[in-house]
Design a protein around this ligand. Structure first.
Ligand code: SF4
Ligand code: SF4
Length: 222
């Protein structure tokens, strides 16, 4: 899923300062799972902003609505009936959600309330870890289901750097050495010989460099 964190409240207040009628728009998907932009966080942010405006004696209307998914046009369209009431939308969607709303309503400013972070996994309550860079050419089968691009601090593709101690990365003592994990997993399925092959340099053109990537599935189109 996509992970995100809420921007500092002062930064949010500065961005919305010019506006008088603001819709705080949450998203019930990834950013709800990482407790940054779901219904609960949207309600809390809207209340905080209302309270702060009241304490400053400002006459502003701040309302809230959480869409099931802010990055899917079929859900964004639910704002059609009320969008005219506002002069700005403060979005708690990820960067894709903010842009989906901006594209749908080009006449109104859409302000991001979150900093979108990474593609990650929920490891435990309150702990999210980046484990995929969205490289466009997945090779997890080769590395025993552990991504060296996301999880090795040096993004090494052909074995460990040799600096790890007790299974911990030499660059960041807070993370396990990805290559130690890869080797242990390959040993489990008796596939260590895979590491005798030389993995070619990564083709990053599948990730970036030619504008936004697209997926077109004609079988899904109506
Ligand atoms: S190989 Fe690429 S697609 Fe697969 S997990 Fe790593 S970054 Fe993600
Ligand atoms: S110690 Fe392991 S994870 Fe860290 S940079 Fe070296 S190979 Fe990569």
């Amino acid at each position: 899923m996509i992970t995100a964190e809420q921007k500092p409240i002062e930064e949010i207040r500065e961005m919305i300062a010019p506006y008088k009628r603001i819709l705080v728009a949450g998203c019930g998907s990834c950013v709800a799972e990482c407790a940054a932009g779901g219904e609960k966080e949207t309600g809390m942010l809207a209340s905080t902003l209302r309270m702060a405006a009241k304490m400053d004696g400002k006459d502003v209307v701040i309302q809230e609505k959480t869409l099931d998914r802010q990055c899917v046009n079929e859900f964004v369209i639910q704002l059609d009936e009320s969008i005219d009431q506002y002069d700005a939308v403060l979005s708690l969607g990820c960067g894709a959600g903010v842009q989906a709303v901006a594209e749908m309503y080009p006449e109104i400013p859409i302000i991001p309330a979150l900093d979108t972070e990474f593609l990650g996994e929920t490891m435990s309550q309150g702990l999210w870890i980046e484990n995929c860079l969205g490289c466009g050419d997945c090779m997890l089968h080769y590395f025993g289901g552990v991504c060296p691009l996301a999880r090795c601090s040096k993004q090494l593709l052909n074995g460990p750097c040799g600096g790890s101690m007790d299974g911990i990365c030499e660059v960041n003592p807070e993370v396990p050495c990805a290559w130690q994990t890869i080797i242990e997993r390959l040993e489990n399925f008796k596939a260590l010989e895979r590491l005798e092959e030389v993995y070619p340099p990564k083709d990053w053109s599948k990730k970036q460099g030619r504008g936004p990537r697209k997926i077109i599935r004609e079988d899904q189109q109506r």
